[in-house]
Every structure is written in structure tokens, then in C-alpha cells.
Write a protein that binds this ligand. Sequence first.
Ligand code: UDP
Ligand code: UDP
Length: 452
Amino acid sequence: MSGSNPHIAIILNAGMGNMIPFFRLASVLLSNNCKVTLITGKPIVSLAEAKHLNFFLSKNPQMTHLEYQILPPEPDSKADPFFLQYNAVRRSSYLIHPLLRSATFSAIICSFLTCGTIPRFAAEIGVPCYVFSGASAKFFSFMIHLPAILKDPEIGDKKKNSSFWEVPGLEPFDMSSIPGAFLNPKHLMAVDAMVNAKACLEATGIITNNFEWLEPETFSALNSGRVLCGTLPPVLPIGPLECYEVEEDQTDCLAWLDNQPHESVVYVNFGSRTPMSSDQIREMGKGLEWSGSRFLWVLKTTIIDKDEARQEEVLGVSFLDRTKEKGLVLRKWVNQQEVLSHPSIRLFVSHCGWASLTEAAHRGVPVLVWPQFGDQRVNAEVVEKAGLGKLPRSWGFGLERLVEGEEIAAKILEIMGDGSLRSSAKKVKEEAMKATEPGGTSHCTIMKIIGS
Ligand code: UDP
Ligand code: UDP
């Protein structure tokens, strides 16, 4: 990219976990004198996305906003609404081409999950294209191997025996950490992943909300030409991406946190779209209560936004009454970037969405990692290895089994008392800060991409 004031097109993908890092990236580009055009598809899946997008646009009026109409979703009423949306956005990617011709862009940034025809089109019009991967580098390396993995006629048996998949240049993948959907070539997720895995090879680079220190072996393998026989573009960590201004927290959780002692609170939040079953919610409640700890619990029971059931109905009035001195249960969106920065937070119980994990890494908050689906199990292994979290393997992956209150309470107490985890999480924070400050690895990469 060359010249002053580079003009960058950012093509947004669906879901808060994808949208938030893109807004962070757009903010970094704007603060480095870039012009930014944000391209979004309609309709949008959740109210949360619509609210955040509108707020972001209103705060950054200098940005251009272009919209296109997304093709109708596949008629599969049982599929996850966000997967249907990724698929529809990916199939609609050719509708974005005219928008990419409407100005002289110095670079195009799109999401790995929906990149479709964009990298090839960008190459045709001679504009550098960066594909953004919103998962750990380890999970990304699995995704780019997916076309080869799915060609293996023995894949079904390998998955059943939860054996390992050997990959050149990388540690073997433990197949039990990979959700079945990815290993079923007919599943929507696998179909999309295979298209995107091939498409991203035509990009100028893969950028990711990550920092080299967190996954050194994986970045080194990906960038040494050993993976995919040198056909992979450079994989460039540019994170953890900084916070940007979000709408003021409508809950009183920050005021509540102000009244809690230093490093005393367990914060539970399973992201924007991972619901817990009613049984698991009750066991979680017991676990928090029996641990005797203070807690802030953002409770979610539906995939899209929130349902109308009141928390008294889900948890019972007596639970809320017994724990009211120590705990705050909310069924609303909280400002997680501020919650995790609050000095009262001691432990984060997370579903291991990559955006949440990078936020915890940036603030050095230890994490009890409880992966539920998708990339989350692999992400969990990555942060455990880096010293940010602890993964209770006996809890299984996702909804494999009901984890009981006693186990949850014991694990919370064990991790809260783990001094060595607290120090290693602080080390992760130091390295994250080093990467993002001027001269740091992630900062330099962003500057190189911008061309300044
Ligand atoms: N988030 C938030 N408040 C909430 C729930 C989520 O601010 O109550 C933000 C969180 O900080 C993160 C994103 O939403 O930036 C969730 O992304 P992640 O990849 O962790 O999980 P996903 O929601 O995609 O499963
Ligand atoms: N939200 C969400 N996941 C949740 C809870 C809330 O995405 O688990 C979003 C919700 O869609 C809305 C915003 O957070 O955009 C505010 O939440 P809520 O609807 O609870 O607040 P209200 O509009 O009732 O004040």
C-alpha cells in the first residue's frame, strides 16, 4: 500500500465476535489517518449487531458506509442462524464486487469465514487483500488443512477413535478437539470452510487478532513455507486489537464492581451467542454459590440476543435472594472490555470465543476455559499452553455432559488460589502490551500494512 491517506475497505461479517475486532481494526486505521469504507450486508442477524453498528457509525461520521443485500439463507431451519448468515454472506460475496470498484482502495480487508470470491477479485483489480482470521492461529491452521483432511477416506474412523491428524510443519491436531460439523463434508460449516480455505490462499496476507508471543511455534511454522508447501500467504498477527468507544453500559455492573474488594470477583460470560441449558445454568449457580466467591454472571439462554424469561424463572427466587450480597446476575449485554479491566476481577469463566480470550490476555485476567463449540476447544488449549488459563479436561467439550455444581465450585476455588497462574497471566499481559506499543511486533505489522 502506498501514498498518503490510504483508503481501506473493510467488509464486515456477522456476529458480535466478528464485528467487534473489525470495529477495533477500523478504529486503529482511522487513528492512523486512513480513510475507511465499511461495507455491511443486510439484513443483520441480531439486535446487538444492529445497535453496535449504528453506534459505531454515529461515532465515526468520517467513515463511508456502503451496504449490499445478502442473498436469502439456505432453507435449513435447524441450522444455527449465524452459520446460515456466514454461508449467505459468503455466497453473496460477488455482490460486493461493484462496491469495491466504486472507489480507489489501497487495501481490502474481509473475514476468513465469508471471504468467498473477494481475494480473487481483489487480485484481478490489483488491490492488496487481507483476510482476517478471528480464531487462534492453531485453529486457523486446522481450517486451511480442512480440504486435505476431508479428502481422507478414513476420516470417519479417525474422528471416532479421536486420534491425531499429522500435518506438515505443525503439531498434530487432536481430532477430539474438533467439532464433528467440520469433519462432515456435507455440513454447511465444512462446505464454507473448504471454499474459504482455498480462497484465502489468493490473498496478500492473513491478518489475525493475536500476537506472535502467544503462539510462536504455530506462527513460525505457518510463515516458514513448511505448511501447504509455501502456497500460504504470510500470517500476520496484529493484536490484541485495542478497545474502541462502545455505548455506555446500560447495566449498573461497573458501579457494583466498584464496591467489591480488589481481585475478588469471578466474572462469567459465555459471549454473545452461547446459551447454557437450564440444567447447566442451575449447576453453574450452585457452583458459584458453593465457591463462596463474589460473582458477576452474565446469563444467556438463547443464541440470538436474549429471551423474555426472567432470571427468577431460570434460577429461582431463593437462589437470587441467598446470593444477593455476593453476586450480580444480569441478562443484559455488559461492556466486557471495561468489566475485564476492572481491578475487582479475579477470574474470568469463558466459553473461549477468541475475542474474549484476547481481551483477557490484554488485561492479564486468568481464565477458567470452558469451551462449548467451534474453534473454542482449540483456542482453550492455546491459552492454557500460554499460561493464561486452565482447561478442566474432564468437563468434556460443549454439551457432552452436565458439569456438576461441586466440580465447578472446586475448580473456581482451585484457580482463584493458583498464584502461579496469576503470575503467568500477568506475563501474558506484559507481552500483549509489548506487541501493541509503538515498535512492538503487532504495531509494526499494522504500520506496514497501512504503508506509513
Ligand atoms: N461481549 C460484550 N458483552 C457481553 C457479551 C460479549 O462486550 O455481554 C463482547 C466480548 O467482549 C467480545 C464479543 O462480544 O468482544 C464476543 O466475542 P467472542 O469471540 O468472545 O465470542 P462469541 O460471542 O463470538 O461467541
Ligand atoms: N444482548 C445480547 N446478548 C445477551 C443479552 C443482550 O446480544 O445475552 C444484546 C441485546 O440484543 C441488545 C443489547 O444487548 O442489543 C441490550 O440488551 P437487552 O435487550 O437486555 O437490553 P434492553 O434493550 O432490554 O435494555
